[in-house]
Design a protein around this ligand. Structure first.
Ligand SMILES: C[S@@+](CC[C@H](N)C(=O)[O-])C[C@H]1O[C@@H](n2cnc3c(N)ncnc32)[C@H](O)[C@@H]1O
Length: 190
């Protein structure tokens, strides 16, 4: 039934030193312009590879809602140690138990392709972000060079993700960044 969902038994792979070295997540997020004091939803947070650096960048005046469906992922997130302005939320996307228009940034990394129906997930992202806020979707390329990552037939082309976001009412949707394996789609709610 949840054939696309990342196996929580492999959660340690998501927080490996190799992955840290490959992404340098804090610097990556800072380059995207996340401001100190912002409220962020990290949807499909897993064991917190992005959650913790998001919390560092927004600082204690900000807040990070860390949402995942997997109790094992949430347990690992807690065990890794999260600061007080990170709020773990156990929930099954595309339902998000947070108030509409309540975050400045919606961040979802390597999760969009796991949450069906995709148009409903895009609509949930739009509901959650405040007017003027940003939606950021990091994903695997179907034509990636690396042998790592989810099955290729589960992956989504950036144009398809862009289309779902646009149809959900997100504006200025662009392919903001890509490398040979991954890509980042960014849009703004008007
Ligand atoms: C590939 S992992 C990525 C984790 C994290 N974003 C990262 O980049 O390290 C995808 C995550 O999405 C979560 N997930 C998948 N489907 C979900 C759903 N319907 N609701 C909430 N979380 C979901 C999985 O449990 C998993 O933790």
């Amino acid at each position: 039934m949840h054939e696309r969902r990342f196996n929580p038994e492999l959660a340690h792979r998501l927080v490996s030193p190799e992955r840290e070295a490959r992404w340098k997540p804090r610097a990556f997020l800072q380059r995207l312009g996340l401001p100190s004091g912002a409220t962020v939803a990290d949807l499909g947070c897993g064991p917190g590879f992005w959650t913790v650096p998001l919390a560092e960048v927004v600082g204690t005046r900000g807040r990070v809602w860390a949402v995942d469906v997997s109790p094992q992922m949430m347990q690992l997130l807690r065990e890794r140690g999260v600061p007080g302005h990170v709020c773990p939320v156990l929930a099954a996307l595309p339902d998000v138990p947070l108030p509409p228009e309540s975050v400045d940034w919606v961040w979802t990394a390597f999760t969009f392709h796991e949450v069906e129906p995709f148009p409903a997930f895009a609509a949930a992202l739009r509901r959650l972000v405040r007017p003027g806020g940003q939606v950021l979707v990091l994903e695997w390329r179907p034509d990636a060079v690396s042998p790592q990552g989810p099955p290729r037939h589960h992956r989504l082309w950036p144009a398809q993700v862009q289309e779902w976001l646009q149809e959900a009412g997100i504006h200025n949707v662009t392919l903001a960044w890509q490398d040979e394996d991954t890509y980042l789609v960014v849009g703004r709610r008007a």
